[in-house]
Design a protein around this ligand. Structure first.
Ligand code: SF4
Length: 206
């Protein structure tokens, strides 16, 4: 796994930009201390350690599920009562943490999104265009699928025993390969390692 900028680039920066716009203080205007938005983030009790404050004063995070002491199971129960039992984990379409099951679901149910992720996978092969320009070239190639095979040819139909042996992985790790990470992803609770983000990820919009 290389350094990722997905949460910073695709979520936090656009959200901050929009919030500043809604508040009437687009960057680089200074926002008065008493002006802020309240932002609700859906962290359940099973993952309370992922609840974090926003890193700017003009946004205040609230966690209504924690306030209600709702667990993941409570959420599923509630969604089921509304006929929404199949609600998937929140994540980006081209997330490198997807398991094979999620890739198959995209391939088998949404051809246009599958085309999109296959193209995205091909586009990241040489790494981040801006990093390449600034001399921080990727050493090697980037792939969305853990097999390091282009997504259109990756073994997403099942984790083969040969693949398991080659990767020297346990049954639990094979489960992650098949089903992806259990956690979903939100801007202030990235399913990957949010701590890997650097101040540079947030620079433009702070
Ligand atoms: S779901 Fe989270 S970790 Fe995955 S690509 Fe999106 S922001 Fe990144």
């Amino acid at each position: 796994m290389t350094r990722r900028q997905c949460t910073g680039e695709y979520k936090i920066k656009p959200i901050k930009k929009k919030v500043r716009e809604l508040l009437g203080y687009p960057y680089p205007n200074r926002i008065p201390k008493h002006v802020f938005v309240e932002q609700w983030v859906g962290i359940s009790t099973d993952e309370f350690h992922r609840a974090k404050d926003a890193d700017v004063k003009y946004m205040r995070n609230r966690h209504p599920l924690l306030d209600m002491s709702w667990s993941r199971a409570d959420c599923v129960r509630y969604l089921t009562s509304l006929g929404l039992a199949d609600t998937p984990k929140s994540s980006c379409l081209g997330c490198p943490f997807h398991g094979n099951a999620q890739w198959r679901q995209i391939r088998d149910t949404s051809p246009s999104e599958w085309t999109d992720v296959v193209e995205f996978d091909a586009a990241i092969r040489q790494g981040n265009a801006r990093a390449n320009v600034t001399g921080n070239k990727l050493l090697g190639e980037a792939f969305l699928h853990r097999s390091r095979v282009p997504l259109s040819q990756a073994p997403i139909d099942h984790v083969t025993s040969a693949e398991r042996a080659a990767l020297r992985i346990s049954a639990d790790e094979a489960d992650v390969l098949e089903n992806g990470l259990e956690d979903g992803c939100s801007p202030w609770a990235c399913r990957g390692d949010a701590d890997a983000l650097t101040p540079d990820d947030f620079g433009l919009a702070t």
